[in-house]
Write a protein of this length. Sequence first.
Lengths: 289, 358
Amino acid sequence: MEVLQLLISGISQGCVYGLIALGFVLIYKATEMVNFAQGDMMMLGAFIAFTLINTAGMSYVWGLLLTVLIMALIGVLIERILLRPMIGEPPFAVLMITIGLGFILRAVAGVIWGNEPRNIDSPFAGGVMRMGEVAIGYENIAIVCGTIVLCSLLYAFFRFSRMGVAMQAASQNQLAAYYVGIPVKRIFSIVWAMSAGIAATAGVLVAPVSLIDPLMGFIGIKAYAAAIVGGFGSLQGAMVGGLLIGIVEQFAGLYLPTGFADTSAYVILLLMLFVRPEGIFATIQRKKV
Amino acid sequence: MRFVFKTHYHQDINLFKHSGQRFWYGVLAMVMLLAPLVLDDFLLGEFSYVFIYAIAGIGLMLLVGYTGMISLGHAAFLAIGAYAHAWFMAHGVPLPVSLIAAALLTGVVGALVGLPTMRMTGIYLAIATLAFAMIVEQVIAQWESVTGGYRGMAVPQPELFGWDMGSPVTFYFLCLLVLVLCLLAARNLLRAPTGRAMISIRDSEISAQSMGIDLARTKSIAFGISATFTGLAGGLFAHKLSYLAPDAFTYMISIMLLLMVVVGGLGSLHGVIFGAIFIGLLPQGIAILRDTLPDAVAQLPGLEPAIFGLILIIVLIYEPLGMYGRWRKIRQYFEEFPLYRKATHKRQKKYLRTERVK
């Protein structure tokens, strides 16, 4: 039973990593940019939801929707102000810009909301579902369900919608996509909006489990590890990588000495890079001239 | 503008291009040697910090600026160097031997980390090095028999042939000596085949490979050398801190080192020095800023990281070649005075084609 219990909390934790990794991979897939501020965008989303739901007294669902909307706007702004000038610059510079952005977001959140941990009034808080000897918190169920819904939506979007296909084209060759009339710049804005929205959802879902504070974005680092383990640039890979890391982390916490739980994500990452650098769902081939 | 009439092949690889350079570097050397006569202990201490940052910066510059590989985990190498040096010193190894041993040990670790990165491009490397740094931080915290864990570890007083090296003046000279040696070594490396190979990898991996450069080997060597320099800086840094704890070598330090090479100017050793001076002065600058700003803003927590982030973004958007790049532009403006064309330094945009199949 202990194993099952760990598995379930691992899956729920893994979904959070997966969701952050999803937003991260989405931006990478469409724009070839790496957003190291993804975790901090999640933190910002959680704080905005906190303000809307706890302070302004909105209902959970409306608060969540409005948060996603606001974050999408912030995502567009970030893209427009910071990353649009960087189109065509080396990837390294873009990476550093998003690191700088992370620092600023953390400072801004610290100024507005302070450094003490907070929680969102959630209808899922406290409830526990019992199946035999296994107890599952409602908030964990909410995380898993939210993740499934979001993933299905994204899958459908990329598979069937015109915009989704255009995004794939832009991601494969920016210049060629531009030539065939795809509005590459607008697509970049939309991708950032979507990614920020996903980050906000992740933030709201995870709030009851790990409280909100300006430094919560650091779990983003584990999510980046998850993205690479899954095969960078693959959406399903991001989810699988996230789940893998979430589950291993739970087991390492119980069965291995202290210190292993915190580092297991990184150990998995380094092992993966040794054994199969292209990740579980490989999307990278050798560069051709 | 000065044109050098070359009469010998060696002139291409000379350390100094012409007598003017020799003169000005000589003046700089004299100023640095005489500085302890006029500066007080506090300023000397600050200078030693700048020298140590510069040594670590040379390591990072060789990797980021010359090989084109990103590392978000250089604090880990600093930490390994610092702990190794402190451990050797505590076991009675003399200072120079201990410093070199710590640097070499760090270099070996660096080369090992570099091994799996051979097939990796920028982003993978960034996250892999970050992961490595996180693991090192945990190892230091948990390996109590050697590192003292969270309780920390005292660093023995530096001593050389019976001299106390701990006083600000002697430590200043020690750091200066090591920095000059490191600069010469880096300069020499960059005109040697390995350095040239590193630069060609930065400019284009594919063409480097077609010219017969062993990518994996060169990248691994670059990583090892970079870690060696940073480890050396770590050893000196240990004396500066005098008490080591895991929280002295966080993610923040890695980013600060990166900030240093980016602000200073990627792809130049001058940039390292400029960057180190900038980073060394930054805390003072922020302190002054706190005094002048209204209290409500000045007392904010996290002002420092926010300023870090802001500077990073501004430099990358407006002056990607950093302070040294700006200095070169200014110099060129005056050298070519009425004929300077802005387009000389226009950045070339490169549109990305993915390496993905799906």
